[in-house]
Design a protein around this ligand. Structure first.
Ligand SMILES: Cc1cc2nc3c(=O)[nH]c(=O)nc-3n(C[C@H](O)[C@H](O)[C@H](O)COP(=O)(O)OP(=O)(O)OC[C@H]3O[C@@H](n4cnc5c(N)ncnc54)[C@H](O)[C@@H]3O)c2cc1C
Length: 413
């Protein structure tokens, strides 16, 4: 009889786990609390060779249109002059582009939408998931892929919560054709970085409608990191009716006065081609930047993966890649355990605790320049970090972002 795995969470980590477990001969069922598609939710996303390898392994459809290649990073001053440019190849995509390719790999009969996990029960031989509608599912293993606010983690590690980094990220997406020609020329083949005092903003092209990666048909994505003291956060994330939304407010509920102030500041802080991107973003998104570390990932027959276990700040561009590597390591460790589930889980935990810690630590290093603005006493050296150094160090040193034609050819992309 095939072993049964219950996967909680139907986003990136859950979808990749489902594909890999099925390929390894497990009976997988995936439970996602949201009904319908998650496509509308994400924005820009960093692609790595490791992610593409896992996508290929689960048979997710991908081709060169998976992302837009950037050859260099350009630091653009507020005066519109290039302050520094560095050859640093990378690839940017859209969250929805990767999500859709993965979603299509999971058959409808094993994807159970509208299932909100409430708690987990287990004994020596198996595990049960109990849902808000009162139903129950049983398996040999439960994979928690339920994200940064994981219900499963809260049951086993109630004291572990996301930690606020001291700054927020404003994000937005604009059709490239709606931008001035000078903006389109500036972002062609480049990630453009701007550094208003104590802040950081990145602008780049990502695939457009219908996965179009041709110049003029793509979209332009920006993320703008702005320090915000913890005391100011509550107001930023409170809607016009007075309701507070924690660390991520639904975009239509962001108070218009905050959007107006953000756009007015963009007009002063950035050169016109970059200010135009912010100005034209119809519905900006706002997120408090947090990170998360867990001291343990395995609890009997329950295992934490993806954002449920570790969340690095976005500067390493590795959220989805980490979800892919967790899923791959889990399935391969169980296979190497040869039917001894406990041994397989122990090997997974050893490997991914170390990986998660290193990734979070590096993302904190990269974000220290921003964090130091609200915590100057704690991080005095980071206050003075040079933008050219930030650009050099950006990304995850453990991962392959440089998707050279040779790398891609090896995958037959
Ligand atoms: C809305 C959204 C937008 C994002 N946008 C970006 C982006 O633009 N760029 C980027 O780099 N990263 C983005 N991320 C983060 C990125 O997706 C994650 O880092 C990466 O995919 C790994 O996440 P995950 O699958 O572990 O968790 P998540 O992507 O957070 O998914 C967790 C899933 O679990 C489900 N879930 C939660 N609780 C329960 C429960 N009790 N029962 C059942 N299901 C539950 C959630 O509905 C969700 O679908 C986004 C995440 C989300 C949720």
């Amino acid at each position: 009889m095939k072993p049964r795995v219950l996967i909680v969470g139907g986003s990136m980590a859950g979808l990749m786990a489902a594909g890999l477990f099925r390929a390894a001969g497990w009976r997988a069922t995936l439970f996602e609390r949201t009904r319908g598609d998650l496509t509308g939710r994400g924005a820009g996303l960093g692609i790595s060779l490791e992610l593409l390898k896992v996508m290929k392994r689960v048979d997710a459809r991908f081709d060169p249109s998976i992302g837009v290649a950037h050859q260099t990073w350009l630091w653009l001053g507020a005066d519109g002059k290039a302050a520094f440019e560095l050859a640093k190849p990378s690839m940017g995509s859209a969250w929805s582009r990767v999500y859709q390719a993965l979603r299509q790999t999971v058959p409808a009969e094993i994807y159970r939408a509208g299932m909100n996990l409430e708690r987990v029960e287990q004994d020596g031989s198996g595990v049960a998931a109990i849902f808000a509608d009162g139903s129950r599912a049983e398996g040999d293993l439960l994979v928690a892929a339920d994200g940064i606010l994981s219900t499963v983690r809260a049951q086993f590690l109630p004291d572990i919560r996301p930690r606020y980094a001291g700054y927020v990220g404003w994000r937005g997406i604009v059709e490239e054709r709606d931008l001035p020609q000078e903006t389109q020329d500036l972002i062609a083949g480049r990630i453009v970085a701007c550094f208003p005092a104590g802040e950081m903003m990145l602008t780049m092209a990502v695939p457009g409608t219908g996965e179009d990666v041709r110049p003029g048909r793509r979209r332009c994505y920006f993320i703008w990191y702005r320090p915000a003291a913890e005391a100011a956060l509550a107001d930023l994330f409170t809607d016009a009716s007075g309701r507070h939304h924690g660390a991520a407010i639904p975009p239509p509920l962001i108070r218009p006065e905050f959007i107006r102030a953000m756009k007015a500041r963009a007009a002063e802080a950035f050169a016109p081609p970059i200010a135009a991107v912010v100005e034209r973003a119809a519905q900006p998104l706002l997120q408090a930047i947090t990170d998360l570390e867990c001291p343990q990932l395995v609890f009997g027959r329950v295992v934490l993966t993806g954002d449920a276990g570790f969340v690095a700040r976005p500067h390493v561009a590795a959220g989805v890649t980490k979800a892919a590597l967790d899923a791959e390591c889990l399935v391969d460790s169980l296979a190497a355990g040869g039917g001894d589930i406990a041994a397989g889980l122990a090997a997974y935990e050893r490997s991914q605790l170390d990986f998660g810690r290193r990734l979070v630590a590096y993302s904190r290093y990269l974000g220290a320049y921003l964090e130091a603005q609200t915590r100057p006493d704690a991080l005095p050296a980071a206050l003075a970090r040079d933008p050219a150094r930030i650009i050099r160090d950006y990304g995850a040193p453990h991962l392959i972002h440089d998707l050279t034609p040779e790398n891609l050819r090896a995958l037959r992309v």
